[in-house]
Design a protein around this ligand. Structure first.
Ligand SMILES: Cc1cc2nc3c(=O)[nH]c(=O)nc-3n(C[C@H](O)[C@H](O)[C@H](O)COP(=O)(O)OP(=O)(O)OC[C@H]3O[C@@H](n4cnc5c(N)ncnc54)[C@H](O)[C@@H]3O)c2cc1C
Length: 804
């Protein structure tokens, strides 16, 4: 056994084998995999191993396409062919128009990744799958690439190829401890001896938290028991003379694929069970949980009704095994939060289908620092302090119960809520707030006009449209107050604070006391990594502010690039909250609630100072995401309610009204402002993203060399603003922008602009189509909708209102 290597991958299921193989493909061949038992002795061995191309966003579709291409290559390898039934096709069923709209959107989104799905009606579903009835069925989504693979030979094939490239695999080698050295390298302690390495990867399936504990980390991953059974031969299958397509059913929560001449049916029962919450026996290996078919009677009935042939055959065998879930159902693939040189590929609930792609994206991140797609939807840092064991279990149960029921836009499911709150949460709830969830925080989305007001979840404009319009109008005409909790706020202290920021930000960072500026952080590839508001509090520290979800991501990034600078960082994210006061009367309200001169002459746009709001200490910034005159009032949570009451009292004379996140979203679209990880992603550089004025090529900054190379090559896409000719729905992120039946771009954000009366979207499009006035179309829910490129920020284009 080696005692020194570049990377140690812990765990020999699909996650570990795929990572090991892809590390060798990306150029790291001195790598090792350690497995406590034999390869595939965790969940992988008993997987139903369906391999679909379906994904909820383009990164997921792209990584699944990689899996499918790789698996076909392995199937066709004459030296070690893997059993892979590719192309049986699969149908996701639907019995509501809203689900069908979702499928239409997912088809539009996948088209941008070169994947064609078909939306078909109920008769066509039954024609393609002769065993199903069309009762209570509207139609479905057809995935022509669907299929299934033999898990054991897949993993052996990947390990075999990795070995050929130089990797080593140590079976029967249990990792029992981890030590990180001062130089950030690791020692992996095994029962066979120690291995020193630069980088380690946790790919331990349901034992993820045993290995996590060895490095002092808890991962938000929980296991659920999951069952399928295999039937005896079904005459209808033999008679059909072709393999049955796969089925996934959100109506009755099961999946189904052909196994020999019978069917394999897996169930997501409502009466489901977590597994291993209080520890896992060390002997549980190549093992299963006891069968419990009583639990699945509810879903079984639905499957029988859809496929009556099932009632006439016996069950051959039952499999009940642990399957891992995370808080939002997507895996955790990437850097382990708060650790250096440590990565994970965990929480895979569809690891056979996705594993090829996840290992590929992870290996790219390890070797090159970034993957070819933006991987935020998989980033382990997307859940912050709230991702504890209890919340993870509740969300795992909820997700399992809704396995095939995708989230609609603006849908936030109830399990585990409220997670993170401020003293204002119950106050806003009493005022009628409907809440959305932002990085675990309950944030007011809009204020309900009546206690029993509810919206219908779907892809069309919903009942809250007019409510949001009213909130926007109130802010535009008078003054509104909103709470923005969880905003990421890092205090940077030390003599090198500004030199450091100048290093990590590609623009000129204001050093003037009392001034606020916006800056962008690039990665080593010259692409957009982060966005930060830098505030130089007079006689105080520098504040680095960014999106709520960026809390752990940005802290890791700043710390990782601070070597050589005398700076320190402290997060204030969870201790402070912002009250946004916006609208032409905002200054009058602030002046009434806070002593001092708030005139534009003394405290102009982009200023910051300390003040009291009522009796509450605050840091006030004159910045605006709405495009109106506005103030961000940052207040410690223990005095937040006091500040709120002071502003409400002062606002009474001016008709102050509460507003929520949906109004903010509409207004920021009208101003041309961008959202991190919607419009600002690692796939594009700042010039492609339209951030030219925030880049100063005459100074040094992180990522500059790579940016120069990209600049010389010219843009691959350009972010543009679109005006869309639709009054029924806005464009969803991921929708394909089309010209002459070809995909020419992808929508990143969309919303109705209530002040300008326009349906607005941002999209990355082919550079030759980025000129204002260009007429193109968007594939929205199956319709080809006309749109045109317009100047960004159609509301108050000269930005006079925030300066007033
Ligand atoms: C019943 C069922 C049906 C499923 N059907 C599908 C499907 O149709 N399609 C699909 O894509 N997915 C399916 N899945 C999910 C899929 O099987 C899993 O996502 C996948 O197998 C997880 O692989 P993994 O490598 O992450 O974990 P595992 O396969 O559990 O591998 C982890 C490995 O780490 C090793 N290990 C743990 N601790 C240590 C240690 N300390 N030292 C060394 N080694 C260690 C373990 O021995 C194990 O071999 C199904 C799951 C179940 C339970």
């Amino acid at each position: 056994m080696k005692t020194q290597t570049r990377a140690v991958v812990i765990g020999g299921g699909i996650a570990g084998c795929s990572t090991l193989y892809h590390l060798t493909q990306e150029g790291w061949t001195d790598v090792v995999l350690v497995e406590r038992d034999e390869l595939t002795s965790g969940t992988t061995w008993h997987s139903a191993a369906q391999v679909t191309n379906f994904g909820m966003n383009q990164t997921m579709v792209g990584l699944k396409t990689h899996s499918i291409n790789l698996y076909q290559e392995l199937r066709d390898d004459p030296d070690y062919p893997v059993q892979y039934n590719h192309g049986d096709g699969g149908i996701r069923l639907a019995n509501t128009e809203a689900q069908m709209d979702g499928y239409r959107h997912f088809a539009s989104m996948a088209r941008g990744m070169g994947v064609e799905f078909e939306v078909i009606d109920a008769e066509e579903c039954a024609r393609r799958h002769p065993l199903i009835s069309t009762d209570n069925l509207l139609g479905g989504l057809w995935d022509g690439n669907d299929g299934d693979i033999d898990p054991a030979s897949l993993c052996q094939a990947l390990a075999r190829r990795a070995r050929k490239a130089g990797a080593e695999v140590y079976r029967q080698t249990n990792v029992i401890g981890l030590t990180q050295l001062k130089d950030d390298s690791w020692i992996v302690h095994t029962d066979k001896g120690d291995i020193s390495c630069e980088v380690l990867v946790n790919a331990c399936g349901y034992r993820v938290n045993e290995v996590g504990a060895m490095m002092g980390v808890h991962h938000p991953v929980a296991s659920m028991e999951h069952q399928y059974f295999v039937t005896d031969e079904i005459p209808g299958i033999v008679a059909a003379d072709h393999r049955m397509p796969l089925l996934r059913c959100p109506i009755s929560d099961y999946y189904c694929r052909q196994e020999k001449n019978g069917l394999l049916l897996g169930f997501y029962e409502q009466d489901c069970k977590t597994w291993g919450m209080d520890g896992i026996s060390p002997d549980f290996s190549n093992d299963l949980c006891p069968d419990d078919l009583d639990r699945i009677t509810d879903v079984l009935e639905g499957a029988f009704a859809r496929m009556p042939a099932l009632t006439e055959v016996g069950i051959k065998n039952v499999v009940n095994g642990p399957i891992t879930y995370t808080i939002d159902g997507a895996p955790l693939v990437g850097p382990i939060p708060g650790k250096r040189n440590a990565f994970c590929i965990i929480g895979l609930r569809a690891g056979l289908g996705e594993g090829g792609g996840h290992g590929w994206l992870l290996a790219q991140q390890i070797v090159h620092g970034e993957a070819c797609y933006d991987t935020w939807c998989l980033d382990p840092r997307r859940f912050t302090g709230h991702g504890n064991v209890e919340l993870t279990a509740l969300k795992a149960i909820e997700d399992y119960q809704n396995e095939f029921r995708f989230h609609f836009p603006n849908e936030h499911r109830p399990a585990g809520r409220p997670m993170k709150t401020t003293p204002l949460t119950p106050v806003l709830a009493a005022a009628g707030a409907e809440f959305t969830v932002v990085n675990g925080w309950e944030r007011a989305e809009y204020f309900k006009p009546a206690p029993d007001f509810e919206v219908t979840h779907g892809f069309q404009f919903d009942e809250a449209f007019d409510v949001v319009a009213e909130e926007v109008k109130a802010v535009q005409a008078g003054v509104g107050l909103a709470e923005v909790n969880g905003f990421n706020r890092i205090e940077i202290t030390g003599p090198d604070a500004h030199d450091f920021l100048d290093h990590v930000i590609c623009g000129r960072v204001t050093r003037k006391a009392g001034k606020v500026g916006l800056g962008y952080l690039l990665n080593e590839h010259g692409c957009v990594k982060g966005e930060a508001t830098i505030a130089n509090i007079p006689e105080g520290p520098v504040w680095y502010g960014s999106a709520a979800a960026a809390e752990w991501h940005d802290m890791d990034w700043l710390r990782a690039h601070a070597d050589g600078f005398d700076v320190s960082f402290q997060s204030l994210t969870n201790e402070w909250t912002i009250l946004v006061l916006g609208g032409p009367k905002a200054r009058d309200v602030l002046s009434a609630a806070s002593r001092g001169d708030w005139s534009a002459a003394v405290f102009p746009w982009l200023s910051v100072r300390r003040a009291f709001v009522g009796t509450a200490p605050a840091v006030v910034m004159s910045v605006s995401f709405s495009g109106e005159l506005a103030y961000e009032i940052h207040v410690p949570n223990n005095q937040l309610y006091a500040a709120y009451l002071a502003l409400r009292a002062a606002g009474e004379a001016h008709g102050l009204r509460l507003f929520g996140a949906r109004a903010v979203e509409s207004m920021r679209m009208e101003k041309g402002y961008l959202h991190w990880k919607a419009d600002l992603i690692t796939e594009f550089d700042p010039f492609e993203t339209g951030l030219d004025r925030f880049v100063k090529m005459d100074k040094d900054f992180l990522g500059k060399a790579a940016l120069e190379v990209r600049q010389a090559k010219g843009p691959v896409a350009k972010l543009v603003s679109l005006q869309i000719d639709s009054t029924t729905s806005h464009a969803q992120p991921g929708a394909s922008v089309m010209q002459d039946n070809s995909v020419v771009g992808t929508v990143t954000s969309g919303d109705w602009g209530h002040r300008v009366g326009m349906n607005l979207a941002y999209a990355f499009v082919r550079p030759d189509l980025a000129a204002q006035g260009t007429e193109i179309t968007v594939d929205m829910l199956g319709e080809t909708v006309r749109c045109r490129v317009i100047a960004p920020g159609p509301y108050d284009p000269e930005t006079t209102r925030p300066r007033a």
